[in-house]
Design a protein around this ligand. Sequence first.
Ligand SMILES: NC(=O)c1ccc[n+]([C@@H]2O[C@H](COP(=O)([O-])OP(=O)(O)OC[C@H]3O[C@@H](n4cnc5c(N)ncnc54)[C@H](O)[C@@H]3O)[C@@H](O)[C@H]2O)c1
Length: 206
Amino acid sequence: MDVLPLALDVRRHDDVAAAAVRVRAWKGHIDILINNAGGGIPGRPTDILQRAPEDIEALIGINLTGALFCCQEVGRIMVEQRRGKIINIASIAGLVGRDRGMYHRTGLAQQPVDYAAAKAGVIGLTLDMAAYLAPFGVYVNCISPGGFERGQPQAFVQAYSERTALGRMGRDGIDIKAAALFLASAASDYVTGHNLVLDGGFVLWH
Ligand SMILES: NC(=O)c1ccc[n+]([C@@H]2O[C@H](COP(=O)([O-])OP(=O)(O)OC[C@H]3O[C@@H](n4cnc5c(N)ncnc54)[C@H](O)[C@@H]3O)[C@@H](O)[C@H]2O)c1
């Protein structure tokens, strides 16, 4: 498989625009965009009442503005091509409020409110971008994962699993792949503006 490695900061519009041009020049077209960059900023206070404004802006820049810039610049190319599939990675944080007790009790830093705001924004941008791009043959969908197991304290994994209908956290490197493949492929050619919630049924109980 050919790979074109490029370094960019998705918060910087110039970086994103330059990367989109380079990727298109590589093979002459762009078929799929997955906006996966995101997450929190480790080591910073996450309680909204103690949170630094610059941390809020940085997190929203990575998780929301970056996705919007990538949709804009790659979307422009896909419109010219009259085809393309965009997949945004949101989160169930954009759908439901958080039980912070589970984080406090198990010693894990809580997710900040700005993360929820950014991911709800990603879901919103998916809907409207899908509406905008549909006439051009360009699809926009998103995936909202629940918590994936990745070295969290065992007490947290257990508490989270007990609150999830399927009784476990997501498996890293396994549970998201088929959903991404579905939304990237012709199998989803009648699906746009969809938010595929991939959380083992976590939000069912909340
Ligand atoms: N892990 C989970 O449980 C979980 C749950 C729900 C949603 N998500 C979302 O899934 C996506 C992937 O999460 P992950 O847990 O694999 O995170 P991760 O931290 O392992 O990966 C995030 C990637 O984003 C990149 N990144 C960060 N800031 C960037 C910037 N400014 N410009 C370009 N790249 C940047 C990082 O280099 C990293 O490769 C994120 O959008 C996250 O919010 C994760």
